[in-house]
Design a protein around this ligand. Sequence first.
Ligand code: ADP
Length: 468
Amino acid sequence: MQAVNKETIKVYAPATGELIMEYEETPAAAASAMMENARTAFSEWRDLSVRERVSYIKNLRLAVVEQIDEIADLIAKDVGKVRTDALVADIMPSLDAMLHVEKHAEKTLRSQKVKTPFLLMGKKSSVEYMPLGTVLVISPWNYPFLLSLSPMLSALAAGNTVILKPSEVTPAVGKLIETLFAKANFPPNVVQVAHGGKELGASLTNAKPDYIFFTGSVATGKIIQQTAAKNLIPTTLELGGKDPMIVLKDANLKRAAQGAAWGAFTNSGQVCMSVERLIIEDEILEPFIEELLPIVNNLKQGSGPDDDIGSMTSRMQIDIVKKQVEEALEKGARLLTGEHPSDWDPESMYIKPIVLIDVEEDMAIMQDETFGPVLPIIKANGEDEAIRIANGTRYGLNASVWTENKEQARRISSKLQSGAVLINDVVITVANNHLPFGGVKESGVGRYHGENGIRMFCHEKAVMEDLG
Ligand code: ADP
């Protein structure tokens, strides 16, 4: 009999061109069978005690720790990021999320007694937490480990089964996650990983999961919410950002410059919470730039151990960044540092960090998510104008305010339309399991982490009992 040759996809490291692996896609038609498997597995998984479920998450954590070096190397290669970024921003927060679930799931999922009002005297009230069923997690490529695992862990601990569809842009990490769950010995079909792109994602979305947790672009988020609405499926949408960093005249300029450089250029700006706009009071623009430029000009790009930032992850993303920078320069913006797009090597996956000045609010670079190593700087005349500019986009994920005046910082913070505000810091770390994370406006719908991070994957069930 002749062997059937299934088509395999080759995966290359964006930074070096090295072949990382080959894999076969999951056919889109497999979605309904996967959903059926997940539902069958759910009937037993939900009946395990929280402690038993969490013991599998501990197995997973130990499997990650055992292989941490190889995992860091693979993430770095697949995304094009430096190894330190893979370790510190992708793996460590994932381990932290595992520990968080291990530590808190049991208590948080215990039924809660509620004080019965006088009118209902003689009855006992409580709230119980019932798992939703099967959670579909669709994840992106920039932090492919953390942004897949983080929602999965809470959903699993709460008693749900999970189907993960990782991004086709970083499929090696998707495969790695599948292997790690197999190592952790989860019961069959409690976790299934579907490998493929848009079509597969759409097919899974249509297969009626009980919840969809999506992280990715606004455009895809809208498509997913529309499909979900047809079947009344609840969703969490973690979408893009155009995060403003407001620097006021009494800020510590050295710290602010360090924050801006890190916030704008880490992972080559391919971070949903990266600093995408810097809004600065007129009178400190010059001294701030003097602090900023030497830091930016000293950033080392590459894939070696001493490099600060890696490559872009995909050619598609380079094209988006290029278009926005070109448009800004054509409309009168000036390059303070970095290369003009006409000088970019079309073969290279690197974009030199760019700082732009003389930008206007209506330019795409100030309105649309760039997701690249570009920092546009705009002047503001005082606090009110800074707030107006900061709130002047369709996004609202993170924002930061830099000033030594704490009262002013809190006042501004309260007026910012944003899921999170940092005072004298940037990029809220997702390792902050104690704080809710999510966006306002087109940056997203819903929150995870925080007090409700595990319970959000449950139905709240009200139980009232007559004590007779
Ligand atoms: P990005 O452009 O930043 O990769 P996307 O929103 O396109 O963001 O992709 C994020 C995730 O959503 C990926 O896993 C991708 O395969 C998936 N995806 C893209 N289009 C759809 C769709 N129509 N339905 C479901 N999932 C999709």
